[in-house]
Design a protein. Structure first.
Length: 162
């Protein structure tokens, strides 16, 4: 398992503890850093994620509520809610992480920590949010029988040639 995947799992566990017990980030960091077999690089990535989610929680929850049609945030399963927050943070604020990685990692993690319904729920929300925050750069181009190269864009006119 890669460092970032492990970091995302640590971050999910930390966010879960914060959500359930009202802990602040420094409290969960202290408890987590006491674990003997902790991957330190993953822990530092998790800290970045948890600090980011905590710092942007209000904005993230606005987006989560917007795309979670007919769901109240407080009624969502705690794991699903916090993995969505984590993934939305990466989607909204860590533009260097490509959307396919954000969603693939979230879907793999939810399989470990939630159920099939959680997977579908998460997938739908993240895909909808992607359209707002990452736009067309992450969309797969549609092909109508021909490759995009078969229809090159028109060449711009040079000044003085019109």
């Amino acid at each position: 398992m890669g460092v970032r995947r492990r970091g995302r799992e640590y971050a999910l566990q930390m966010l879960y503890a914060m959500d359930m017990n009202g802990y602040l980030p420094d409290q969960v960091f202290a408890g987590f850093s006491a674990i003997q077999d902790l991957n330190r690089d993953a822990f530092y990535y998790a800290r970045r994620l948890v600090d980011g989610v905590h710092g942007q929680l209000d904005e993230i929850d606005v987006v989560l509520q917007k795309y979670a049609e007919h769901w109240k945030i407080h009624r969502m399963a705690v794991v699903d809610r916090n993995l969505l927050r984590l993934s939305l943070y990466e989607l909204m604020y860590l533009k260097e992480v490509p959307f396919p990685i954000v969603i693939n990692e979230a879907l793999e993690i939810i399989k470990e920590f939630s159920d099939q319904e959680g997977t579908q729920f998460l997938n739908g929300i993240l895909d909808a949010a992607r359209k707002e925050f990452r736009g067309p750069e992450n969309e797969v181009p549609r092909r109508h029988g021909k490759s995009p190269a078969a229809h090159p864009p028109p060449k711009p006119e040079l000044p003085g040639t019109a």
